[in-house]
Design a protein. Structure first.
Length: 635
């Protein structure tokens, strides 16, 4: 990547552009340079046609951006914003308008004004900073398609210069989003240090999220998915291929794609402790995809089978991305049917009236036909997070009902109002359908412990669990009114303590309008840190216990001689006499509890095994929790 320099603003912008622009552009308003600007028109006979375009030399648009800018089903909506990725090097954004028009086909004129910006500016290239202007231009051109002079002026003002590079001196005020590495930075040469961390989330008070920043949808993301957000987060950590099947409009779902990608970042505090072979620090967001992306998805699937092997046909900077997992949304139902293209399918319900009696929840499958539900622990954690965000909103000056600041863009931006419903609404009774029923082992254990300790043991465990959950929102929300206080940083150890301390040092004196969104990002990054740091300790303990099986040689054997020594790695100290692989990492029930997972859930046990395999290349043995009476295990 070329050295960055402070961006230069042309003084003639205000005079040559007919759109309303502020006299001085703040960090929030600073727009990334355009690699392309185009106008697409839909005709029933000719289909999607680019009727006007400008692009930097060598960038092809025809036959590439039309279907990405206008996904299926848009004819049913009045307007929309669509995000997509173009050829792995550019982020795209198009503003769609469906304008009633008697002389046009279908009595409507459907057009889209789109842009491409370099992905070197972040996972969406900060394209959202152009969103308002694209919407204004699209609305004008829908009424009069001949007003292309507004496009010409906008291109002249915002087109990329040959020497222009990303501005590293101006933070984007994004919650760990644009501070994370771009696709060209995710090398296996351990540039993981540049990955987003929760300590980089809270920015100075003078920096605020851009009006159309996708992070404004984070609270709505929790509201729409409920406790299902946790199994989705776990799949994202495993770098699965996650497809969200939805209906138009797609703007909100594109924001959800961005949000899930950000929430599943690997914090930089863990970078040095993870092996270089571990998955990439972030999950690739592809945003909107369709049937025309099937060849790319098939190629990516083949690349996933070869992941970790040299890819000579790829550019070196893209080698680490191919086959590394992704998240995207689609309105083409054929992609949902082709289950070889994805690992997890999330099906969004159609929009329903706000007055509907029962809330419609998404469904999650992994693989196809196998329903994924949240665990009982996920439900308790979600309720704890929800309560913490409610206290955070209540502690913000003005209270949770405060409206967004009034500005020229406030009427069009995704304001913080979605978070108000999350923190103020009563728990939905239909949420039970998203959660696994309690296991017989859990019921037996709870019943026995209640009888044996008059409830004291269970109350102690509940308080410990509540304390761990509260620590994930430390330095944001006031402590809950429980007998156990939120742990201070001195009671924490490792990366989690570092992240809490760094937050305390960076917290702004004034309330931030995006405090809820910032807290959500910090919560999930701390949850990730909590899980992976405990597994790092477990892996280290396994290597210390059996050093003879963990030499530094590249041989697949255990003695470094190059001979097969699998039998020697099997020890006869397993449960019920079963042999145990000495290479396996033992994860006991206490570790699973401290990871914030459900010790009674088979799906969480499988997740731990997959996590150890993905990040450390090792097998894991999960030791369950139980009670023995007179030497006999009763549960």
């Amino acid at each position: 990547m070329a050295p960055s320099r402070p961006s230069q603003h042309r003084p003639q912008r205000q005079s040559v552009l007919s759109l309303a622009l502020p006299p001085q552009l703040s960090a929030v308003d600073r727009r990334p340079p355009l690699s392309a600007l185009f106008l697409i028109d839909f005709d029933v006979k000719a289909g999607y046609t680019i009727v006007w375009k400008r692009a930097v030399p060598g960038l092809e648009l025809d036959g590439r951006v039309e279907y990405k800018s206008l996904p299926s089903g848009l004819h049913t909506v009045r307007d929309d914003l669509i995000y997509f990725v173009h050829d792995g090097a550019h982020a795209g954004l198009s503003a769609f308008v469906n304008e009633p028009c008697e002389e046009a086909a279908r009595n409507a004129r459907m057009i889209a004004v789109g842009i491409l910006v370099p992905l070197s500016y972040g996972r969406l290239g900060r394209a959202w900073r152009h969103a308002e202007h694209l919407k204004v231009m699209a609305a004008k051109l829908a009424k009069d398609r001949n007003m292309t002079e507004v496009l010409e002026k906008y291109w002249d003002v915002n087109k990329a210069d040959d020497a222009e590079a990303p501005d590293a001196e101006a933070p984007d005020a994004a919650p760990a989003a644009d501070l994370s590495p771009s696709p060209t930075q995710d090398h296996k040469t351990h540039s993981r240090k540049q990955s987003a961390s929760d300590s980089a989330v809270l920015l100075p008070a003078e920096h605020r999220l851009s009006p159309y920043h996708p992070a404004w949808s984070l609270a709505k993301l929790l509201d729409r998915f409920g406790p299902l957000i946790f199994p989705i987060h776990r799949a994202a950590l495993l770098r699965r291929r996650i497809l969200i099947s939805c209906h138009a409009p797609v703007h909100e779902i594109c924001d959800f794609v961005y949000g899930i990608s950000v929430l599943s970042n690997i914090p930089s505090s863990l970078s040095d402790a993870l092996p270089p072979s571990a998955p990439t620090p972030r999950l690739r967001p592809l945003f909107t995809i369709g049937v025309h992306d099937i060849p790319f998805l098939m190629e990516d699937f083949e690349a996933s089978k070869r992941h970790g092997q040299p890819e000579p046909e790829l550019e070196p900077e893209l080698e680490d991305e191919a086959g590394s997992g992704w998240i995207a949304c689609t309105t083409d139902s054929i992609l949902a049917v082709k289950d070889t293209l994805w690992d997890m399918l999330i099906t969004m319900p159609p929009d329903h009236p706000a007055s509907a009696k029962d809330k419609a929840w998404p469904t999650v499958e992994c693989p196809r036909g196998s329903s994924i539900k949240a665990t009982q622990r996920d439900l308790r954690r979600f309720n704890s997070l929800r309560s913490g965000l409610a206290r955070l909103a209540a502690s913000t000056p003005g209270g949770p009902a405060t409206e967004s600041p009034q500005s020229e863009t406030s009427a069009m931006r995704l304001s913080t109002s979605p978070s108000h419903r999350l923190v103020n609404g009563e728990p939905d009774e239909t949420v039970d359908q998203l959660v696994e029923p309690p296991t017989w082992a859990a019921l037996a254990y709870n019943g026995y412990m209640w009888w044996a300790s008059a409830g004291e043991q269970l109350r102690s465990e509940e308080q410990e669990e509540s304390s761990r959950d509260a620590a994930l929102l430390a330095d944001f929300a006031p402590a809950p009114h429980t007998p156990v206080s939120v742990p201070r940083t001195s009671s924490l150890s490792g990366p989690l303590a570092d992240s809490v301390s760094s937050f305390a040092g960076r917290r702004a004196a004034d309330a931030d309008e995006a405090r809820v969104e910032l807290a959500i990002v910090a919560y999930f990054h701390r949850l990730t840190t909590q899980m992976l740091s405990l597994l790092i300790d477990a892996v280290d303990s396994a290597e210390e216990a059996y050093p003879q099986y963990h030499d530094d040689d590249d041989d697949d054997d255990n003695d470094g001689t190059g001979e097969d020594d699998e039998a020697g790695a099997l020890l006869s100290n397993g449960v019920d006499g079963d042999p145990v692989d000495a290479n396996a990492v033992v994860v006991d029930s206490h570790c699973v509890e401290n990871m914030g997972l459900d010790i009674w859930s088979a799906s969480d046990a499988a997740f731990v095994q997959d996590l150890v395999a993905a990040y450390f290349g090792r097998a894991a043995r999960i030791e369950g929790k139980g009670v023995e009476v007179c030497g006999v295990r009763v549960c």
